[in-house]
Write a protein that binds this ligand. Structure first.
Ligand code: NAD
Length: 309
């Protein structure tokens, strides 16, 4: 049984604590041992909800846990994760892995030296609709991603490229089987924060597939969609509705068919997988190297936009 601690129990971390507590009841594979938050009152509130220990300084819980979920702001991921890794803990760190490539490389080296697992919280890989996509794919030529949200004032310590676009970068990169980016263009604006609030990027992969990504945290409505254009059909995957619609030619007209995927909570699937990787000592689906690749592409897009400014 793995004793897990959650570090940072703000908007998302409270759900890590809830899901770990649910998994503990359902499978007995883990126990939520403690939660930590720099805001101690917040840690106490969440700990009371799930019946575990609360600490203000996460270092005080390290001798009581085997693994941690790090759900603090992105700019703190490196310091917190490095300390946990050096203490020999398996780590699930929220996306993006870190704020810079140098930090990601240092975490990768430290995890190899310590022999611990690092999984990066690219949640959409565990969305059942992404898992159901493979049978619909037939040599994609262009992949279009839209990830739009109304402004919520969260995640603004980093550009939209690291906040939201990185989810689609990671999913698309897995769909092109890790083919390197050959060329890219990007544009964007800062409207409500000093960083990039909306971005549009065009990527060309070595295998010839193109991708167009739009991400915004200043949109009027929430949308999470991936459209995949292929030689004789196109497929629309809706991350929120968890449904896939295929459009194709039928007697000279466009026909379509929609499949609804059985709903499962992506965070629960992600944490379940983390626990299973700990149990079997296997490499996580989104390991530190994959997190680093997504970060590299996201940072390149951000740089292109800033050069344009
Ligand atoms: P948040 O601001 O709501 O919560 C962060 C919490 O961490 C706060 O309670 C804060 O007090 C605490 N904290 C800050 N520094 C700390 C430290 N050194 N030690 C302990 N606690 C500390 O932020 P959020 O929206 O929950 O985002 C947190 C992380 O989760 C970010 O990296 C973000 O990118 C990621 N995130 C991922 C997804 C996803 O879909 N995978 C969604 C939202 C957020």
């Amino acid at each position: 049984m793995v004793k897990v601690g959650v570090i940072g129990v703000g908007y998302l971390g409270q759900h890590h604590a809830r899901v770990l507590s649910e998994l503990s009841g359902e499978t007995g594979a883990c126990r939520l041992a403690a939660v930590a938050d720099a805001d101690r009152a917040r840690a106490e509130e969440i700990a009371a909800r799930y019946g575990c220990r609360a600490v203000g300084d996460y270092r005080e819980m390290l001798d009581q846990v085997d693994a941690v979920s790090i759900v603090t702001p992105t700019t703190t991921h490196y310091d917190v994760a490095l300390r946990c890794i050096r203490a020999g803990k398996d780590v699930l760190v929220e996306k993006p892995i870190t704020a810079t490539i140098e930090e990601a490389d240092a975490l990768i080296r430290a995890s190899e030296a310590a022999g611990v697992l690092v999984q990066v919280g690219h949640l959409e890989r565990f969305n059942p609709v992404v898992g159901a996509l493979a049978p619909f794919l037939d040599s994609p030529t262009l992949i279009e991603a839209e990830r739009l949200s109304p402004f919520q004032g969260r995640g603004i310590d980093v550009d939209i490229t690291l906040d939201l676009m990185i989810h689609d970068i990671d999913v698309i990169h897995s769909l092109v089987a890790g083919s390197p980016v050959r060329d890219s263009k990007a544009t964007g604006s800062r409207v409500l924060t000093p960083t990039i609030d909306m971005a549009k990027a065009w990527l060309e992969f070595d295998n010839g597939v193109h991708a167009v990504l739009s991400a915004s945290r200043i949109a009027l409505e929430k949308r999470r969609r991936l459209t995949i254009f292929q030689k004789e059909s196109y497929v629309v995957m809706d991350y929120q509705e968890m449904e896939i619609t295929r459009f194709f030619r039928d007697n000279g007209r466009i026909a379509s068919g929609t499949v609804k995927v059985e709903r499962k909570e992506p965070l629960k699937e992600e944490l379940r997988d983390f626990l299973s990787c700990i149990d079997t000592r296997s490499t996580p689906r989104v390991c530190a190297l994959k997190g680093r690749t997504a970060l590299t592409i996201a940072l390149q897009i951000g740089e292109r936009i800033k050069q344009e400014w």
